[in-house]
Design a protein around this ligand. Structure first.
Ligand code: NAG
Ligand code: NAG
Ligand code: NAG
Length: 608
């Protein structure tokens, strides 16, 4: 094995990793299928620049006065016929408050445009469907049912990758229609109840309440609250109330353990200005599926959406069967509460997640309870172990056999060269932390969670990494002697497996930042990128033995000391190769940076 072939293999792998990471970023920013929701606040595409010329495209309204129960036709077209545009993004704004209002209606057969969920609300924007050249596109828009005021439309027209234009339409005056007031929110409403439901009334006296954050019931400022009250032998009444933005849900689950999976769920959902409650089921794989025909006795009594808070009151059976699992609410269950974005057919993964500290029997508990956040200690340990193992120990340990073999041979420890002692020590540390971190995360999430690999490749890549890392020490124990003829096979295998594990591990840590559960700040990406740059930099500097002036001088300046060392160390049969001091200095600097960056990530994990 020549040094240069080792070098190129390692570097190719790194280049491949960087490519992989770049491609992931690239895929997020390719807009040929319409603007992404990340473009909603600025309405800018992330490519090209805004042209200062007057827009050659405009959005025309088919009327400038309308009632709030009517709809408006908008035509996006070029002012001069010969120009075409490839993409667009349009939204309606309240002319006074500049807030985004109203919704677009585009049927699915339309192949030029589609609606977009901006600011967490469905259909608030319209965008292109493909990047084909367009001369005109027609969309329809309706104001909020009870709106009274003026609206303008802002449109971004993308002419090419390098140029886009921003245009503001004429104003349309909207008068509230008389029909708006009587027919506000969704179906299944009974009007006997007061307009503003008081969910706090009777907590702890006539009904049981579970809420978050701690102490919020007395102050009446809960972010989420669930109440329960027995109506008769067959039914209880449930109330769900919580703060949401746009098309989101608040849900409560009855669970036999504190974790999601095999639970009965009641979801209170805001979807396109309609609040509804549904019964659903969490599969053991933690996927929520809405029950097609609700259990007998499940009746929605009242819904409301007031000042950013959603409210549902339902009558709920006590004994029922979901997905062939029998539930009996006379038995104790843990209560779990969560909120997150609404999907079209089921609720999406939650963004908040709370579980009650006790299992309780909702049919006879008149108590007040506060949800406590599930402990994150195990996840934090997993993350910290992996960061210390791979960013700190393994990355340093990997540099040793490649560059320090001729550096630390002057000194020995227990008959082994020092470079080997360090390499083995660091790798044993990395191995131990990896195996421990692997076991910890499996204990924490309760086994393998089947998630689609394309959505979250972290678990799969993590497992491959751990397997590769795991076999390393056993391979090393069985290595042939240093001068055995087949030693090179071991050298190659050991190196390839080691480098692959390291690259996969770093990729895995990158992927972890994307995971919601990790709750890591975006800055973590920069720290990790800095780490990769330093690591690759250390390789390059150590490889390219730059014998340029500065290094030569440094070397000469340190040579005297080395010579005096050699005199003292009489029995040392071998000498350190020349340039050892420089290599030690570079390695020392790398170790400092790796420790600094690693500790920063561990602090991020601990603070998350
Ligand atoms: C404008 O378009 C809407 C939606 O297509 C339609 O209902 C309305 O009658 C049109 N108004 C005029 C003045 O044509
Ligand atoms: C809108 O409301 C007005 C009353 O304000 C009513 O006359 C009209 O028929 C309504 N139009 C639609 C399309 O419902
Ligand atoms: C549920 O609501 C329907 C319609 O409002 C009603 O006919 C039915 O009796 C209700 N079920 C129960 C168990 O109250």
């Amino acid at each position: 094995m020549t040094k240069s072939s080792t070098l190129s293999t390692g570097h190719y792998l790194w280049v491949a990793t960087l490519w992989f990471l770049c491609l992931r970023l690239e895929s997020v920013t390719a807009y040929s299928a319409g603007a992404p929701t990340s473009a909603c606040p600025s309405m800018n595409p992330d490519h090209g620049s805004s042209s200062n010329n007057p827009s050659p495209f405009e959005s025309l309204l088919n009327q400038t006065e309308m009632l709030s129960n009517e709809s408006l036709k908008l035509t996006m077209q070029s002012v001069t016929t010969e120009k075409t545009f490839r993409g667009f993004l349009i939204m309606g704004f309240d002319a006074v408050t500049d807030l985004v209002i109203g919704t677009f209606q585009i049927d699915l057969s339309q192949d030029q445009s589609q609606t977009l969920k901006c600011f967490n609300t469905y259909d608030t924007a319209a965008t292109h469907r493909s990047s084909s050249k367009k001369t005109s596109v027609i969309v329809e828009w309706t104001p909020p049912m009870d709106f009274d005021g003026s609206v303008i439309f802002k449109t971004t027209f993308v002419e090419s990758k390098s140029t886009y234009y921003k245009q503001v339409s004429k104003e349309v005056k909207i008068k509230r229609s008389d029909t708006a007031i009587s027919s506000t929110t969704g179906p299944a409403l009974t009007t006997e109840e007061p307009e503003t439901p008081n969910v706090y009334e009777g907590c702890g006296t006539s009904k049981g309440c579970a809420a978050t954050p701690s102490g919020c019931i007395g102050l009446r400022n809960c972010l989420m609250i669930n109440t329960y009250k027995k109506l008769d032998d067959d039914n209880i009444q449930l109330e769900i109330y919580g703060q949401i933005t746009g098309d989101e849900y608040v849900a409560v689950a009855f669970s036999t353990d504190r974790k999601m999976g095999e639970d009965s769920v009641v979801e209170c959902v805001n979807n396109r200005n309609t609040v509804m409650a549904y019964q659903s089921y969490n599969t053991p794989e933690k996927i929520n599926s809405r029950i097609q025909s609700q259990s007998p006795g499940f009746n929605l009594t009242l819904t409301a959406f007031i000042d950013g808070f959603i409210y549902c009151k339902v009558q709920h059976p006590i004994r029922y069967t979901l997905n062939n699992i029998a539930f009996d609410l006379n038995q104790p269950y843990y209560l779990l509460m969560a909120s997150g974005p609404t999907g079209d057919f089921n609720i999406q993964q939650h963004t908040t997640d709370e579980s009650s500290s006790l299992a309780l029997t909702v049919t006879n508990a008149l108590c007040i309870q506060y949800f406590t956040e599930p402990s994150r200690v195990l996840k934090q340990l997993h993350g910290s172990f992996m960061v210390i193992a791979w960013l700190m120990a393994a990355s340093t340990g990997l540099l040793m056999p490649r560059y320090m073999k001729k550096t630390w041979v002057g000194k020995q420890f227990m008959k082994k060269d020092l470079w080997f002692v360090y390499h083995r020590g660091l790798m044993v540390l990395a191995w131990t932390l990896t195996v421990a971190g692997f076991i910890i995360i499996f204990v924490d999430v309760g086994g393998w969670v089947s998630e689609s690999v394309s959505e979250n490749p972290h678990p799969l890549i993590g497992c491959i990494t751990t397997v590769l890392a795991f076999i390393q020490p056993f391979m090393a124990l069985m290595r042939p002697g240093p001068n055995a003829p087949n030693r090179y096979i071991f050298n190659w295998a050991h190196m390839l497996v080691g480098y692959s594990a390291h690259i996969l591990a770093i990729t895995c840590i990158f992927l972890a930042v994307e995971m919601e559960e990790a709750e890591l700040p975006y800055e973590t990406y920069w720290i990790l990128t800095a780490h990769i740059c330093c690591y690759v930099g250390a390789h390059i500097i150590l490889t390219v033995k730059i014998r340029i002036f500065i290094f030569e001088t440094l070397y000469l300046a340190t040579r005297k000391n080395e010579n005096s060392d050699d005199v003292k160390q009489k029995e040392g049969p071998r000498k350190d190769d020349q340039g050892s001091s420089i290599r030690k200095t570079i390695l020392g600097a790398y170790v400092c940076v790796a420790i600094g960056l690693g500790i920063t990530v561990v602090v991020f994990i601990a603070a998350a």
